[in-house]
Ligand binder design. Sequence first.
Ligand code: ATP
Ligand code: MG
Length: 637
Amino acid sequence: MSNYHIKSFDEYYHVYRKSVREPENFWEEVAEEHFLWRKKWDKVLSWDFNKPEIKWFENAKLNITENCIDRHLHIRGDKTAILWEPNDPREAAQHITYKQLHQRVSKFANVLKEQGIEKGDRVCIYLPMIPELAVAVLACARIGAIHSVVFAGFSSTALATRINDSTCKMVITSDGSYRGSKTIDLKGIVDAALEECPSIETVLVAKRINSDIEMKEGRDQWLQPLLDAASDDCPSEIMDAEDPLFILYTSGSTGRPKGMMHTTGGYMVYTAYTFKNVFQYREDDVYWCTADIGWITGHSYIIYGPLANGATTVMFEGVPSYPDSGRFWEIVQKHKVNQFYTAPTAIRALAKEDQELVEKYDLSSLKVLGSVGEPINEEAWHWYDNHVGKKKCPIVDTWWQTETGGIMISPIPYVTPTKPTYATLPLPGIQPALMDENGEEVKGNQVDGRLCIKFPWPGMARSVWGDHQRFKDTYFSAFENKYFTGDGALRDEVGYYRITGRVDDVIIVSGHNLGTAPIEDAINEHPAVAESAIVGFPHDVKGNALYGYVMLKDVGESRDRDNLRKEINQQISDKIGPIAKLDKIQFVTGLPKTRSGKIMRRILRKIASKDTANLGDTSTLLNPDVVESIMEEAIVS
Ligand code: ATP
Ligand code: MG
């Protein structure tokens, strides 16, 4: 029986038990059988969550790009590695084979070297979803430079903060980007950011929109001529398994973003392993993750996990609503996508649109649907199941974090029976624990608590860049000898996990612990509701009461607001209990979201408790104007 590819529920249990009883042996077998190492490890694992210090595959040597590219060349050199779909459907898609990827990465890596980038240097990548982005990431990895990808929707201030935090030497960007019907002046944003970034020596500029931009003498260089002149032979830098591979800033839903530092060997093994199992990838499948490479989902499940398995991975430059809201489904049909991985925010947005936009496309190639980023509410889950999967594609609700490197709790499709809103069971190697307020582990089933992980896994982050103390304080101090996720969860009668939201957002009403997700889920079931967010606010009697921000669907706009309030509370009463009823319901036209599409409850909490003088870090907000209008219409009494 192979540990690497799980094909039945019995096998899952068998492999899982082994991974808990003998974790070192388990991961050693996976690592030995499926990867290319220049030198094997002396020790599989050493760890101490108190320091914290975690080392996987100590003293092993490798280069991750040899695993993601070179070793596929003789068996699948002409297979498409990256299938790039442009913003405008009238522009041709690009099929980049493993051979071509090898060439492009090698050339780019040589350019980096010529520009003075060395092993360990930090390179900031601020690019739209064009092939150069994936190539730049891999080129850094090829020569051992540490990439720090910043999502190309961030402002110049957010970009500057991230560049300075990790003292990057170079920025790789483009003249601009396409986003639906808009163009964005990326280079202008970079120029503004760099006024405050003394560590940057060079800016490489890819051409995408052919706009007339300013090039700063001695600092800025067009990428293409350098690539044209570069050799396509670039031997890879031999890295230690624990050498840093990249820094990636968390999306900032809860506060100042943290530069999570991931290393090479364990991250590779973990992303490859989880990709194979969670998507049940088979050799000729076409896999598509709609995330941006600026997020961890894009790092692990557009680039590293898929390529380490020799997969064909789709990279999409555009947005789900351009030219219309059928674009995702049009792409699925066009490229015969087999595995489709997206976020609840996209599912909810598309579910609001005309159903004809889904129904008119042939989605029969789909085998697996995935969700990540937030709890997926029941209504969205069913819409995804009915309209996209046509009830024959298992939905994998994958719970994980920037910090975890890869998927932690998720069904394995065609193996684990799914259950709406449940991420179900831990993947092999993952040992979750639910903890109570007193720091005791809550054992048994039908319980809830704070979600922790008891034992290291290869993909976990090793530090917060430049601030190891913050790494310790944030993740290893709340509970002794455990990694604390910051999320709350419940475990049902069969041991399935449901993520109930962030612990910071948990509201205690009259002594009861209420998670945000189950209540929002109940509200969203109302036919007139598109999306909602709840927060707590101080209340004389109950300690805390609930404030709900509710966004209506078009059908709800004409309804009487007071009736709607009653119906929504009735729905909560029926599904959860009267204790969870909302004291205040404000109807809004939008909810504040991070640029990765997550609801930012901490801002809503401040508005609900009339504490709007200091809203905290809003640099990662997607739609600041929504905040203004919510504040204006807040229920003050
Ligand atoms: P920050 O840490 O800066 O506040 P963030 O937590 O939003 O940002 P990410 O690492 O991208 O940054 O997101 C991880 C979080 O997203 C998880 O801790 C969890 O709260 C939520 N999440 C991700 N996937 C799921 C899921 N399938 N179900 C429920 N929640 C999820
Ligand atoms: Mg987080």
